[in-house]
Design a protein. Structure first.
Length: 403
């Protein structure tokens, strides 16, 4: 199944690392560490192979991918030997990266995206194209009456109105072109009623939001432990230090607020209450593509005895995110091939703020029927069952069976 992966923000760190990784896997130069679709519990015939993935995308930047990869190698994000070995392959992908449309009305820009997606699919003889948003975090969308209905939205766009944030405009273009959409950011994306209805109308699936790669990943493991042991979490405070482009974007108050809101939901929904404390995100340019999170948790046990837990997470955001981007592209393509549409709530495992039934259009027969859990173990069970179902439909059960 030849599958196009159209990356919004194709020259960014996450996209470039994803492309380098996929090309290295295709060439047999690296292993699939970090790709959960390659675990025995999830592996199977429904996924397109890494060799079947074809990359393209949009970006406002013009730096060649090979140069971006070299800068990531200098920063210790990707191995320099891979960048040197994959020069021709990176140049070939670069030919399919287009300037992000910036001229004309939003309707004009959406039409340009649709045309680029159609040309990409035709040029490479692709069975389908998955659009993945890995661009910078946006502020929360301002409400607009056109967000409630796809026909009202189309009319507003036709009238030249600017009614959608960029992530949602890409979702609109993807659905119009018959392409699945994945939002790896906390931006609005497809999370508007008009876009949910449009996805149902075109029978395409979508997934999101906000890839879970660091502090929130640990919260989704530790918070269930406190809940299941009936320990009372009194406070949970965290400080995140980020460098790179993501950190610079999150230095802007509106974008920072959108990210923090996404990160904070997990505790209240797992514990059933919100402990004291907050999450801070600070930009530290010196950290580059690496990030550090420090959390302090105070809790009470039997007889009210006070205790505490501290942890520090130091990781490379691009190297943590890139294999998940590849996983999501493969799974979403398989879901589309199997006729699934609507929000893919069983992919909550990958996201801080996963889609749920509220993001569904019930009368359209979309697949969201259960609220997503924020506990990683429960999310894993649902993901494994979803994978087993897709593989069974493709002809053979997954190699390791469902967890």
């Amino acid at each position: 199944m030849r599958t196009g992966v159209w990356l919004v923000g194709a020259r960014g760190s996450v996209a470039t690392t994803s492309i380098v990784g996929a090309l290295a896997l295709r060439a047999g130069l690296t292993g699939p560490t970090g790709c959960v679709t390659e675990l025995s519990e999830l592996r199977g015939p429904a996924w397109p192979s890494f060799a079947d993935l074809v990359f393209g995308g949009h970006d406002v930047a013009a730096t060649p991918l090979a140069k971006r990869a070299e800068s990531l190698a200098d920063a210790g994000v990707v191995p320099a030997r891979l960048v040197a070995a994959l020069g021709e392959e990176l140049a070939a992908v670069d030919d399919d990266v287009r300037p992000a449309p910036v001229d004309g009305t939003q309707a004009d820009r959406a039409a340009a995206v649709v045309a680029d997606l159609a040309a990409f699919r035709e040029r490479h003889g692709l069975d389908r194209v998955v659009v993945v948003n890995v661009s910078a975090t946006e502020p929360a969308a301002r409400p607009h009456p056109a967000h409630a209905d796809p026909d009202a939205l189309a009319a507003a766009l036709a009238a030249g109105e600017e009614v959608l944030p960029p992530s949602s405009l890409y979702a609109y273009a993807a659905f119009t072109a018959g392409c699945p959409y994945v939002d790896f950011t906390p931006s609005t994306g497809a999370r508007l009623p008009a876009l949910a209805a449009l996805a149902a109308r075109h029978a395409v699936p979508y997934a999101g939001h906000d890839g879970k790669t660091g502090e929130t990943l640990l919260k989704s493991v530790l918070a269930p432990m406190f809940a299941m042991r009936h320990l009372a979490v009194r406070s949970w405070s965290g400080t995140n230090l980020l460098g790179g482009g993501d950190g610079a974007t999150l230095a802007q108050p509106d974008a920072n607020a959108a990210k923090v809101a996404s990160k904070q939901r997990v505790l209240g929904e797992i514990l059933g209450y919100v402990p004291q404390g907050d999450t801070r995100i600070d930009y530290v340019e010196e950290l580059g593509d690496f990030k550090t999170a420090w959390d302090l948790i105070t809790f009470a046990g039997f007889l009210g005895t006070g205790m505490r837990l501290e942890f520090t997470w130091h990781g490379c955001d691009s190297a943590l995110a890139a294999p998940l981007v590849l996983d999501l592209a493969r799974i979403t393509a398989a879901a589309h091939a199997a006729g699934r549409h609507g929000p893919l709530t069983d992919l909550a495992f990958f996201f801080k703020d996963p889609l749920g039934p509220a993001d569904c259009v019930p009368e359209a027969g979309a697949t969201a029927d259960r609220a997503p859990s924020h506990a990683l173990g429960e999310q894993w069970v649902r993901l494994a069952a979803f994978a087993a179902d897709l593989h069974a439909g493709a002809g053979t059960p997954p190699a390791g069976g469902a967890a």
